[in-house]
Write a protein that binds this ligand. Structure first.
Ligand SMILES: [Fe+2]
Ligand SMILES: [Fe+2]
Length: 362
């Protein structure tokens, strides 16, 4: 396997690599009891669903700038200005840049999140006490290496632009990696970060229906991620609903509330406006208020909320925090052990389809 990095990732201020000290127990399991049939079934599914990133159609031409120009030429700029009500009208070339940067930013955060998942799940292999969970986690580690490979190749070989890790995502990944308790790694990675990613992937699919390579990549990765989130739910359910003390549960609540706030901050995309040459002071408030961006941030929690409920973590404290963020609307949706897929909310699909219909009608 070999590919050309036309545009390598930007190196952050900390340098090309970073050391994070972690103190945790590594657990040998000498019993090999294999009691958890649901995890063993997931492990079988994981092995059977593996795929090779080299088999993807990497020869596909990827030209988002051309696609965006075509959309603008067909009238998408007008529809964008009407529906999204940006702070000021954008010149066509600035719209193209903004669109490209948003896509590159999202895919870059996926890449960095995938690296976080690779490291966090390797940590689960070591720290979780159950044999079945170690096996499944090892299978997930292989999935995550493949996801890092695919996004990295797409960004550097095909798209040709990328962003460093967003500081809020970086903070959350750090917390997940540094915590010495294995269940916190699951809670942060499998429930919050991967639950969020699963929803964000579905948006990329909706946004670029005519780019077959990103469609294929996203569909494959979403299939893997749905298993990873189910792994978190199946592993934590008994522990959280039956075993943890009140004080221990409170620490998990605090973590969930803080992670949720971090991930809302993360989605404001300051880096994108800066790179596009737009005034961050003007565009940030817009991205906080505009219904499309709000709908997008809401959607990211559509799988997290029912999963937290299943884990017994939608407690009065978490509910109160989620009420303020208008996230409780997802609590009656199916959790990942009942329904692995994630649906984009109706209002978001509506905006995207209006933009598309507008362009095809003109
Ligand atoms: Fe992944
Ligand atoms: Fe994953």
């Amino acid at each position: 396997m070999n590919y050309i990095q036309h545009n390598p990732l930007p190196i952050p201020d900390v340098g090309p690599s970073e050391r994070v000290p972690v103190s945790m127990d590594t657990i040998f399991d000498w019993e090999y009891a294999l009691r958890r049939q649901n995890l063993l079934a997931l492990y079988e599914k994981g092995k059977a669903s593996s795929w090779n990133a080299s088999d993807l159609a990497w020869e596909t031409e990827v030209d988002f700038a051309k696609k965006t120009r075509d959309m603008l030429g067909a009238g998408a700029g007008e529809i964008f200005n009407q529906l999204l009500n940006p702070p000021h009208k954008l010149e066509p070339e600035v719209s193209v840049e903004l669109n490209l940067n948003i896509t590159a930013w999202m895919l870059s955060q996926f890449l960095h999140g995938e690296q976080g998942a690779l490291l966090a799940t390797a940590k689960i292999v070591q720290g979780v006490p159950w044999e079945e969970a170690k096996w499944y986690a090892a299978n997930q580690v292989a999935d995550e290496a493949r996801h890092v490979e695919v996004y990295h190749r797409y960004l550097t070989e095909k798209l040709g632009r990328s962003f460093g890790v967003n500081r809020h995502l970086r903070t959350l990944l750090d917390q997940i990696i540094c915590d010495s308790r294995w269940d916190m790694t699951y809670l942060g990675m499998q429930i919050i970060v991967e639950g969020l990613a699963l929803a964000a992937f579905s948006l990329i699919k909706l946004q670029w229906p005519d780019e077959p390579l990103i469609q294929d990549i996203t569909a494959r990765i979403m299939g893997d991620e749905a298993r990873h989130v189910a792994f978190g739910v199946l592993s934590l359910e008994h522990l959280y609903t039956k075993e943890l003390s009140g004080a221990e549960l409170k620490e998990r609540e605090d973590f969930v509330i803080e992670a949720t706030h971090l991930m809302r901050e993360r989605l404001l995309m300051e880096d994108v406006y800066e790179r596009t040459g737009l005034d961050v002071k003007v565009w940030l408030p817009w991205s906080i208020q505009t219904p499309y961006m709000r709908g997008f941030r809401q959607m990211l929690f559509s799988k997290i909320v029912p999963n937290l409920k299943r884990l017994g973590l939608l407690t009065p404290r978490v509910r109160a925090a989620y009420q303020k963020l208008d996230l409780l609307r997802f609590e009656h949706l199916k959790d990942s052990s009942e329904e692995p897929e994630v649906m984009a909310p109706a209002e978001l699909i509506e905006v995207l389809s209006q933009i598309r219909q507008g362009t095809s009608a003109s």
